[in-house]
Structure formats: structure tokens, C-alpha cells
Ligand binder design. Structure first.
Ligand SMILES: [Zn+2]
Length: 257
């Protein structure tokens, strides 16, 4: 048995009994870890020693090899992030990030992923209302990139040709990236122009590009990409809360389909 003290972000909590909860943390030193937290009462969550979803702090965990659930000895919150829970769009964005990590992160530490999650949740919590969707997109794509699932945006996935800077392409979901006009793309592949490709590259790096356009189309692409490549066909209900506008093309040419 080892006692590990690590920075940790709470992704999900399930009640287990009157006095216990099962908590799933993403931690800096242990990667994804599930713990049984005894003696943390519901309702005590805002007081000393409480743990709230998306809160971040220092966890002290008893680790034993071969155990599915470890044992939480103590959690000292540093960032509470109540702002995320109080706004359904921010909460939806944070929930999308949590779903991806719960599904794909392992027990190996990944400092880059930890930083991406922590910084992205901070920005999501403090963004102005008009920037929330941008921060959701940046957080989602940055986590996808950090986990090694980034789409191909530079070269045609059909023939490998590097696209010209100003070239119009299509985003072939099943191929996991762009297709030039010379290669067939799957039915329903949306057009993606050079500016949208540049914006996606910024989002993959965790940055919201200036003058991000086509929020609805960007959200649809993220939703479709996650569903197809990372969630085994299961669509996340959280996207329903983010943008009511109908999906359009990710296309900055201005001339539509
Ligand atoms: Zn091609």
C-alpha cells in the first residue's frame, strides 16, 4: 500500500451510501483514478473537505495494486469552480471534457492532459457569455489532440497531398480528416475552407481563434467527431444545451454549397 498526494480534478461523483461516495478524479500523478470516499456527506460539500464536480485540489489517496477503487483519505480543495455548475452551457462543456477523459485517459500520468483540463475549465468558468462556445470547442479539441486523436487537417487523407493554403476541402469524418477535391469523400462530408482549418488548428492547441465563426457548425463537427471516433457511436446529450442554431457548413468561402 502506498499513500500518494497529488493534484486532482473531480470528474464525476456517485452516491454509494449515506456517508460514502464513489469519486472519479483525473490526477496529475496517477492519471484517471476512482476512489471510495467515506465520511464525505452530501450537503457537506461546500464546507471543509468537500468535493464538488470539476473542483480541483490536493487529494491524498491510499493506493493498493489490483484494486478497482482506491481509498480517498483527504481532499483539500484549491479551486471550487462553482461557476461551472451555475450555467448550463458551461456545465455542458465541462461535462463533454469529462466524458472524453473518463472514456480515454488511463492510469498513466499525462501532465499535458492535466494542464489542458485544468486551464480549459478555468477559462470556461470565466469566459464572457459570448465566448463560452469558443472555450467549449477549445477545451474539447485540445483534449482530443492531447489524447492523440487529432484529425488530419494538412494533408488529404485520400492521397496524402498537402493542401494549398487557400484550398477548399471536405472533412471526411470516417477518414478522420480532410480530403482534397481530387479524392472522393464520404457522402455528407462537409466543406471546410482554409480559415476554418486554421481555426480548428488553433482550437486543437487549446486556443480560441479571434473572430471564431460558425459556432453551430463547429459544435456539430466536434459532436460528430467525438461520436464517431471516441465514443463508440454514442452521442453526448450535453451538446443539446450548447447552441440551438441549425448546423451549417464549416465554410468561410461565403458562397455556400
Ligand atoms: Zn487527395
Amino acid at each position: 500500500m502506498a499513500i500518494v498526494t497529488t493534484d486532482a480534478i473531480l470528474l464525476r461523483a456517485h452516491p454509494f451510501s449515506e456517508s460514502s461516495r464513489v469519486l472519479r478524479f483525473y490526477t496529475r500523478d496517477l492519471g484517471l483514478v476512482g476512489v471510495m470516499a467515506r465520511g464525505i456527506r452530501r450537503g457537506a460539500s461546500r464546507g471543509h473537505g468537500g468535493v464538488d464536480t470539476f473542483g480541483e485540489g490536493t487529494a491524498v489517496i491510499f493506493m493498493r495494486d489490483g484494486r478497482d477503487l482506491q481509498s480517498l483519505r483527504e481532499f483539500s480543495p484549491v479551486k471550487v469552480r462553482f461557476g461551472l455548475a451555475g450555467d448550463f452551457r458551461r456545465l455542458a462543456g465541462a461535462s463533454i471534457a469529462a466524458e472524453i477523459i473518463l472514456r480515454h485517459a488511463g492510469e498513466e500520468p499525462n501532465a499535458q492532459l492535466y494542464r489542458a483540463l485544468s486551464a480549459g475549465l478555468d477559462r470556461l468558468g470565466s469566459a464572457g457569455a459570448e465566448n463560452i462556445v469558443g472555450e467549449v470547442l477549445a477545451l474539447g479539441w485540445c483534449i482530443i489532440h492531447t489524447l492523440g486523436f487529432a484529425p488530419e487537417l494538412a494533408a488529404c487523407t485520400g492521397c496524402g497531398r498537402i493542401l494549398e493554403r487557400d484550398e477548399m476541402a471536405r472533412f471526411d469524418l470516417s477518414a478522420g480528416g480532410v480530403r482534397g477535391p481530387e479524392c472522393p469523400a464520404a457522402d455528407g462530408s462537409r466543406r471546410i475552407g482554409p480559415m476554418a482549418r486554421a481555426q480548428l488548428l488553433a482550437l486543437l492547441a487549446g486556443e480560441v481563434p479571434a473572430r471564431l465563426r460558425g459556432h453551430g457548425a463547429h459544435l456539430t463537427l466536434l459532436d460528430d467527431f467525438l461520436t464517431y471516433h471516441m465514443l463508440g457511436g454514442r452521442r453526448l446529450a450535453s451538446f443539446d444545451f450548447l447552441d440551438p442554431s441549425p448546423p451549417g457548413e464549416i465554410d468561410d468561402s461565403g458562397n455556400g454549397r
